[in-house]
Design a protein around this ligand. Structure first.
Ligand SMILES: [Zn+2]
Ligand SMILES: [Zn+2]
Length: 316
């Protein structure tokens, strides 16, 4: 049985309408969530603005949080009433999922970014019964009710305020995951974070928590630089003050061990590799789909970007 709910429906380039729509029952592996907060991430804005093409009409929203209202018959991980945050779905059965590398699931795009379920259908309809696309990151959380999947529904303690949880599903976990899991930074090390939106600020907080002692925030605008200093950056470098690579080197007194590129700009990606110390490592997590960026071959062969000390073969 479908339920009536409200959703922000993208009907054309730059056009989003708040509409009453119908959402279907959860399938056996799905979870129906009453959305209490949802971020507006850059990917949503690119879909809204037409830079990322999805079938229209379309409900965006890919970092939602709220309360479970119904579960499919196979769902064992959450139950109605649970407070949950919604991230990206993974198949759980491919080679990468079996090693715990869920973000690199072979079925990542199929599960999260087609505008439909795996079978091509959708759980959303207009009141007139016409198809509305969605299932963005297995949620489409710009709606009061979202159909999520058991693999991307994360139970959180019920005393956590769900209205602040939305951005954990994409921006916060992307920045923090890059620092803790991908770079696996060590206490006492140094890091430069380029781009100070939610992803970059999350990387800064994660670096502080991990005991990184030199945390350089690189951005364009004073308010975001000030926010970074509040959240744990030890240095703030404004890209307007000169050559960013020189300014980062000045801040560290040399080269930096780790960088995070969260600006989504290809020239910044090049800089994020070039300012690294030998054997330093860059996490390129800003989205610049379809674009390329140049790397200095000598700098790369000297262990930047491609090698981490912990990834080197151990010798007796
Ligand atoms: Zn996002
Ligand atoms: Zn998988």
């Amino acid at each position: 049985m479908s339920q009536r709910t409200q959703a922000g429906v993208i009907r054309g380039k730059g056009i989003v309408e708040l509409e009453d729509v119908l959402v279907g029952d959860p399938r056996p592996d799905e979870v129906l969530v009453q959305v209490e907060s949802a971020g507006i991430c850059r990917t949503d804005l690119e879909i809204h603005g037409g830079a990322l093409e999805f079938p229209l009409p379309f409900v965006a929203g890919h970092e939602g949080a709220g309360t479970v209202v119904a579960i499919g018959s196979d769902v064992t991980t959450v139950e109605p009433g649970d407070t949950v945050a919604l991230g990206a779905a993974a198949c759980g059965t491919c080679a990468r999922c079996r090693t715990g590398s869920y973000p690199y699931c072979d079925n990542h795009v199929a599960r999260n970014f087609t505008g439909a379920r795996l079978d091509g259908g959708t759980g959303l309809r207009s009141l007139a019964g016409k198809t509305i696309h969605g299932h963005l990151m297995c949620q489409s959380s710009w709606a009061d009710l979202a159909l999520a999947h058991t693999s991307n529904t994360v139970k959180v303690p019920s005393n956590v305020d769900s209205t602040v949880l939305g951005p954990f599903g994409c921006g916060i976990q992307t920045g923090a995951g890059a620092v803790w899991n991908t770079l696996a930074v060590e206490p006492g090390s140094s890091i430069a974070v380029f781009g100070l939106g939610a992803v970059g600020q999350a990387a800064i907080m994660a670096a502080k928590v991990a005991g990184v002692t030199t945390v350089i925030a690189v951005g364009n605008r004073r308010p975001e630089l000030d926010r970074a200093l509040e959240l744990g950056a030890t240095h703030a470098v404004s890209a307007r003050d000169g050559d960013v690579a020189d300014l980062v080197r000045e801040a560290t007194g040399g080269a930096v061990q780790y960088t995070v590129e969260a600006a989504g700009k290809t020239d910044v990606m090049t800089t994020a590799v070039e300012v690294l110390a030998e054997t330093g490592h860059a996490a390129i997590i800003g989205v610049a789909a379809g674009q390329s960026f140049p790397l200095n071959a000598w700098k790369v062969i000297r262990g930047r970007y491609t090698a981490r000390p912990s990834a080197m073969p151990h010798r007796p």
